[in-house]
Design a protein around this ligand. Structure first.
Ligand code: ADP
Length: 367
């Protein structure tokens, strides 16, 4: 069990590619941390530097208070699980899982006990004599997990471990990894581009962009209080709706206004937006904070937006409405049984207590 800490860590690849830019992270003992961001943002490079598979260009990495920059990977007491499982095809499941222990010359009885224990945790006890080619994708990924578990490492590192699985299995394995963390109580660092995986697995999430950590916090804070437009747009399905317009003052009240959407701000937000009166801002609202007016008993008229419903997409437990005004389009997530007519105008209610504002130039959150 261990803390992991990164201080001012950067990685520059040949050709001056800055993959990781001055990253600071403090990962507490037993925490499950997810590094998330779009492809190429530096997640894998960060993980590989922690693993010792990649040199650090500058900065310091500590595992359990030990400075590990120059420590070989094999001495770092970490175990890594990869997307492609990285199993040896000519070895059985037992041999694959025990390989690392045998290499380190653990006594035979200890090897067997550890493999049996891990196999039991993962429900693969019946597969120990099979070869990887005789396993499904999910089973292979369990074996890869098993190989990491038997080592009893201080830290588990996961590099997109579920990306090769189909959607249903991915959700199932996600839960298994969650349970595994609860059971093993070991520090885990998990890399994914999938924000749903990040939200559901992480005690804390670090959102990366262009090698820079944008925000580090618990999933709900990241979702409810994104620090900038990038984080706001990256976390959540469908992504947050963004509209460009200005802050308008009318009869002493503040409004967000573009040519075809005008909504009144809740007073609690006014203070933060006074400097933006008559200036351009970006307005953000999540799809679940837009309601079909038909289902709202008392909607303040100044929160109502009229739009054309172009597409109705039933998702089972909810329905996505693709809406259009003269200059804007946005998505609303409404109740499972709501079926407004297509290509007709409808009234939507914006929940103004939940909206976000971003500076047009810096894209930083105003409120
Ligand atoms: P992610 O895991 O977020 O997709 P990576 O950490 O793999 O991103 O890559 C970050 C950046 O570093 C990308 O621009 C990528 O092209 C670059 N990169 C990764 N590995 C190398 C390498 N071995 N040599 C040069 N550039 C690399």
């Amino acid at each position: 069990m261990a803390q992991v800490s990164l201080r001012n860590v950067s990685k520059v690849y040949p050709g001056n590619v800055k993959a990781v830019d001055n990253v600071n992270l403090n990962i507490e003992n037993k925490d499950f941390i997810v590094l998330v961001g779009p492809s190429g943002c530096g997640k894998s490079t960060t993980l590989r530097m922690i693993a010792g598979l990649e040199d650090v260009t500058s900065g310091d990495i500590y595992i359990a208070d030990k400075h590990v920059n120059n420590m070989p990977a094999k001495d770092r007491d970490i175990a890594m699980v990869f997307q492609n499982y990285a199993l040896y095809p000519h070895m059985t499941v037992f041999e694959n899982m025990s390989f690392g222990l045998r290499l380190r010359r653990y006594p035979r009885a200890e090897v067997k006990a550890r493999v049996d224990e891990a196999a039991q945790i993962l429900g693969i006890g019946a597969l120990l004599d099979r070869f990887p080619r005789e396993l499904s994708g999910g089973e292979r990924q369990r074996v890869a997990l098993g190989r990491a578990i038997v080592r009893k490492p201080k830290v588990f590192l996961f590099d997109e471990p579920l990306s090769n699985l189909d959607a249903k299995l991915r959700v199932q394995m996600r839960t298994e990894i969650h349970k595994l963390h609860l059971k093993l109580q070991t520090t885990m660092i998990y890399v994914t581009h999938d924000q749903v995986e990040a939200m559901t697995l992480g005690d804390k999430i670090a959102v990366l962009r262009d090698g820079i950590i944008q925000q580090f916090g618990d999933p709900i804070t990241i979702y409810d209080k994104p620090v900038n437009k990038f984080v706001a747009g990256f976390m959540g399905t469908p992504p947050m709706n963004f509209l460009s317009g200005r802050i308008l003052k009318k009869s002493g009240k503040l409004y967000f206004d573009d040519s075809d959407v005008q909504v009144k701000l809740v007073e609690a937000m006014n203070g933060n937006l006074l400097d933006y009166i008559d200036k351009q801002v970006i307005f953000g609202i999540r799809s679940e904070d837009i309601y079909d007016k038909l289902f709202v008993s008392e909607a303040p008229p100044e929160n109502i937006v009229r739009a054309t419903c172009e597409v109705v997409e039933p998702m089972g437990s909810e329905v996505y409405l693709y809406l259009k005004t003269a200059h804007n389009s946005f998505i609303a997530k409404v109740g499972a049984h709501d079926r407004p007519p297509i290509n007709e105008d409808m009234d939507l209610v914006f929940d103004m207590s939940k909206v976000h504002f971003f500076d047009k130039d810096t894209e930083e959150t105003i409120i």
